[in-house]
Design a protein around this ligand. Sequence first.
Ligand code: ZN
Length: 329
Amino acid sequence: MRFISQILFLKSFIHPCRNSGSSPVLTAIAVLFMAAWSQPFYGATAKKPAGTSGKAVKIPAAPALGATSQPSSAMQTPAVRAITHGDRGVPMIALTFDDAPHPQYVPQLLALFRAENVQATFFLVGEQLKLFPDVARAIVADGHEIGNHSLSHKNAARASATSVEAEIVGMQRLVKDLLGVTPAVYRPPFGNVSAEVKRICERENLAIVTWDVDTNDWRSGTTREMIVRNVLDNATSGSIVLLHATHLKTVEAVADLIPILRFRKLQMVTLSDLLKAKSARAVKPRLAPHQQGPVALQLFESSGNDKAPAAAPAMPSTRSIQMPVLPLP
Ligand SMILES: [Zn+2]
């Protein structure tokens, strides 16, 4: 009994979505225990993945304490980077919910989003999708985005290339079969990205997306108020906020956040809409030389030439301007 309680204690330091933020030693020990016994995403509904029991596991070095706003960098190289945010010049943010669908909290989030006219992104895990397909269908029906969060939440850092491929491609097929949509975004479990993940995602037209604001909502010590404060302190234009569809406090915190984010003029959109949006600065076309001067100057200088430049906005020529004749006093 004491042994089991030790495992439960150690499990509280680590979460399936990520493996950073806790003591490296405790994390390493917890990973060993979890590799040996496996773990569900939450509750007791998920099955133990085959082939993990008793295997020796190489533990990646855990990031230092306090590195909470970035995913684990264990498998990230300069050549393999996930997208962490959108254009900073666009007043939009994406609220993203991992480990969906949850039978209780996803319907609550959907009702909230419907009332507030907010769009969000839900990253589904295949094993959860098989259990609660109707909850996932409701997400699609409400116009939110569905993301791929793998079939069984395996860590790409510890899985074979074949297994990684089966997890990502299998999930694409499952979503298509059950929901009739094809995800365009992939969130790697634990935030781990490898060259193999990149190769598969490129082939499948999947953008690999992590986050720039981590609410840590999965931690037992994180309160509703802490989630709200974290987002308000860190989210800005283009931010991608990591949340989980598995906690009541998250639903409550999001309800608190929506009016404040709206007051800050940050539009809450799906990930794909966020990634598509470009600021006016980024898409501003280069002006032709004749368009660069002050309009008034151009107006008078062009008075001797009736032929307006092809791309110039329609402006009246000086000759066509009829000045009113004012009566003399
Ligand atoms: Zn996850």
